[in-house]
Ligand binder design. Structure first.
Ligand code: HH2
Length: 262
């Protein structure tokens, strides 16, 4: 899953793809580099980010979704109105970082649009989530949350086969909690759904390599984390640096198989 942020303030690529043609070009580049899906987002969820209106978010993503017709797309939004329009424009998956808690109309839009859905764990909300994250058992609590959210979605008419789950690296978690979630990622496989991981460029990676104040991790660190997630069972990797990530994953897969082709 390649990341295409059409925002002025995303933590690692804010402002780079606000211009429609630059965004469309970048989306096509992500596909050429190996992305099976392009995740278009019009609102930053970085720690401390301020919310934007549905009108503003739509104005950002609509022209880009139109320009990427024919590409497999997901829409990174917590707003039903934005999701509805994105599905009309051909998006296949709704990536809702609130896991259907942000907008009461979202479940109906996903069910009615016959869309796929990513349910992500977040403790708190983006403005304050990194202030003092706390868990007694981070893996157990995130797992219980995702299990409850799957049941909620299914009750509202979203087929279980359309759902993938995400522990939400960096969303209300300390670096050690993020690393524990990655270390024990295979615990999420009991849910019986594909596991998505978005660790690309996140600041935990910078902290691991000794850069305590950096807000973004390097490409090399992101690729290592992607491979670690894959080897523990993740099958969807959300990444900014698609070529490097896809190449690393191709090698990880080939080593696992012991040959180049399937
Ligand atoms: N991370 C970000 C945004 N959306 N969606 C899922 N499912 N999982 C993630 O880990 C995830 C996500 C944050 O990264 P980015 O989009 O690069 O930044 P921003 O939220 O600042 O736009």
């Amino acid at each position: 899953m390649g990341v295409l942020n059409v925002t002025p303030d995303s933590f690692s690529d804010g402002g780079r793809f606000v211009d429609r043609s630059a965004a469309v070009e970048h989306g096509l580049r992500l596909v050429a580099e190996g992305a099976a899906l392009v995740d278009v987002g019009g609102e930053s969820t970085r720690p401390g980010a301020s919310p934007v209106s549905a009108e503003e978010e739509l104005a950002r993503v609509e022209p880009v979704l139109e320009g990427l017709r024919g590409v497999s797309l997901s829409i990174d939004t917590a707003k039903a109105e934005v999701a509805r329009r994105a599905l009309e424009l051909g998006a296949e998956l709704v990536n809702d970082v609130t896991a259907l808690r942000g907008d009461p109309a979202m479940a109906e839009v996903v069910a009615g649009g016959d869309a796929f859905l990513c349910l992500m764990h977040m403790q708190g909300e983006p403005r304050t989530m990194q202030v003092a994250p706390h868990y007694d058992d981070v893996v157990g609590e995130v797992l219980a949350f995702l299990e409850e959210r799957i049941a909620f979605a299914v009750e509202r008419g979203i087929p279980e086969e359309h759902i993938c789950v995400d522990p939400g690296i960096g969303f209300g978690k300390t670096p050690d909690q993020n690393l524990e979630l990655l270390r024990r990622l295979d615990a999420f496989l009991v849910l019986g759904r594909p596991v998505l991981v978005g660790v690309s460029r996140k600041s935990t990676l910078a902290k691991v390599v000794g850069d305590a104040n950096a807000t973004t991790g390097s490409v090399a660190a992101s690729v290592a984390a992607a491979v670690a997630a894959y080897t523990r069972g993740a099958t969807i990797i959300r990444a900014h640096d698609v070529r490097e990530t896809a190449e690393a994953l191709a090698v990880a897969v080939a080593v696992e198989r012991g040959r180049i082709t399937a």
